[in-house]
Every structure is written in C-alpha cells, then in structure tokens.
Write a protein that binds this ligand. Sequence first.
Ligand code: DAH
Length: 344
Amino acid sequence: MKEKIDQILNEINELTCNSISEIEEARVRLLGKKGEITALFDEFRSVAPEQKREFGQKLNQLKNAAAAKIEEMKQAATAIADKVAAGQVDLSRPGDDYPLGSRHPVSIVRQEVVEIFRKFGYDVAEGPEVEDDYHVFEALNFPPDHPAREMQDTFFVTDKSQSNPILLRTHTSSVQVRCMETMKLPIRVICPGRVFRNEAISARAHCIFHQVEGLYIDENVTFADMKQAILLFAREMFGPETQIRMRPSYFPFTEPSAEVDVSCNICHGKGCNVCKGTGWLEILGCGMVDPNVLEASGIDSKKYSGFAFGMGLERIAMLKWQVKDLRLYFENDLRFLSEFQAEI
Ligand code: DAH
C-alpha cells in the first residue's frame, strides 16, 4: 500500500493537463467514486490496527495533494479561458521562434573543404594535438638543427633538449606521418585539425589556428595529378571560373614544393585591396612527398610516390567573408558569430 501511495504521489507531481476536460478526467481517475485514491481508502479498512495511524496520515496527505493539484490546474485553466473570452489571448498566433545557434565560420569552411575532398574519394583522418618531435619534425625530414624548425615557433610540453620532446603540433603534417605509418596503400586522406605556434597575437597572427592537410600516395602519382586535384578543389571552393597558379617554394617534406594562388574572386584578376592589386590570393602550400619522408614511414619510394598539401582554414574563411582580423575567430563574440547564421 505504501508503494502505491508513493507512486500516485509521483504521478500527481508530474501531472500536466491541456484542457479543462483533461483535468476533470484526472480528478475522476484519482478521486472519483471508483478512483485510485478512493480505492486505497477502501483498502485501508483491512490495514492492521497498529499501522492505521501511519497509513491514515499518508492517505490523507495523498488525497489533499491530489485535490490541491487539481484545484491549481483548474484555476490556471480558467484564468486562460477568461483571457481568451475577453479577447486578450490569440490562440491562433504562431509561437515565438527559438533563437537559432550558428556554426563557427572555421567549422563551416572545414566542412566545405572536407566535403569537396570526400567527393574526390579522400578519407578523413585526425591525429593528436599534443605530439612528439618525431611526427611533427623528424619524420618530415627536418634534421635536428635544420633552420626550418625555427620557422615554426614551437610550444614544448617537455624539455626541448631531451630526445624526442613532446610538443603542441605546429602543423597538421604530423597527421600525414601517422597515416603513412598506419594506413594501407594507396592512401588518399584529408586531415583537418587545430595547430599551435608561439606567436604574439595580433590581427594577422594567432597562437592557435586550423589547417587541413591532404595526402595522396599511390603508384605513379605525378605533379600533374597534384595540380589537377588542387585546381578542381579551388573551382569547387571559389567558383568554376577560378584559375590557379603555382610558385616554386620550399618545405623540408616535399620536393619539389610549391605555393598555390587562386585568382582573386573579388576583382576577378583586375586587382583590389584584398589581393593587394595582384589579382591573386595565396591559399596553400604543396609538393611531391620527399622520398625520405616516404622511407621514414616504411613506404618504398621506388614503387610509390605522392603529393601533399596544407592550407590554413582561417585564411580561407578570411577570403570567403572578408574578415581580416584573426582574433575575431577566437573571441566567440556572439555579435560576430551570429552573422554566420544564414550559412548553416
Ligand atoms: N605544413 C605546412 C605549414 O604549416 C603547410 C604545408 C605545405 C603542408 C606543403 C604540406 C605541404 O603538406 O606539402 O606551413
């Protein structure tokens, strides 16, 4: 009997009704002649005399709670009904909109890049943000004292003079290495992620940003394949008229290496302040994976070749929306973020 009382009490606490007739139904179900509580009062007659006091009290509490709840719901319903009758409430009015959240611009761009490469048959891979020196530098052909290490100001987690120190990855190229170590050939993979560099924060530099790395390794992969993949990507991302150009560059992990510019989609090559009058915008670095890098991860460089590329997502977002202060991407100011609601 005790359980039954508790169970009905719970039911009463959670009871909601949407109309006066529903309230009446609830009253009959609980307190009517054949109601659940009325039935308990019948049962009460056969309770042992020494328990009568305890159960009697509980039953009365239950009955009062049910009556009070029903009365409260009735009053609320009548108040609304009165307002409706007086024309103060328009029940046909559409409800209020819930304010919609929006996706972060970097997340929107990442998704776009990933979707484009997914269509080309690339898988998505992620790797750790806290990495070791081996995956960020050594396996990518940065010898210990190579000046290129200085190009990327590294946050070290452990003492940098120990062997293979732990650090925050400075680029997503480290995920390339992890893919080469673990995936079966051929590899066609895209690796989005957050990277860290010890830079003073300004409108043009930040200590945290995002990159997407791409890697394609198979037999007979050529520079022409790379150029075509990047051209197709650029046209999907920036529009079908987009042109690309490649400038020779240097990265320790690719040979030859190039930087890729896309034709400025604002002035269409005429020259504007976004492209600084050149008609071109730099979007990524790329190159043919250096045979040393393939060999370091156990891939036969005589049989396989491949290309890699890396791009900054904030940079692409800047080009897309003309937001030139990098800090805005990290401050999470709602006035800024809500401008991207339409992009969902
Ligand atoms: N890891 C380079 C950086 O952070 C970007 C990059 C350049 C990645 C060339 C590549 C590449 O895979 O081939 O600046």
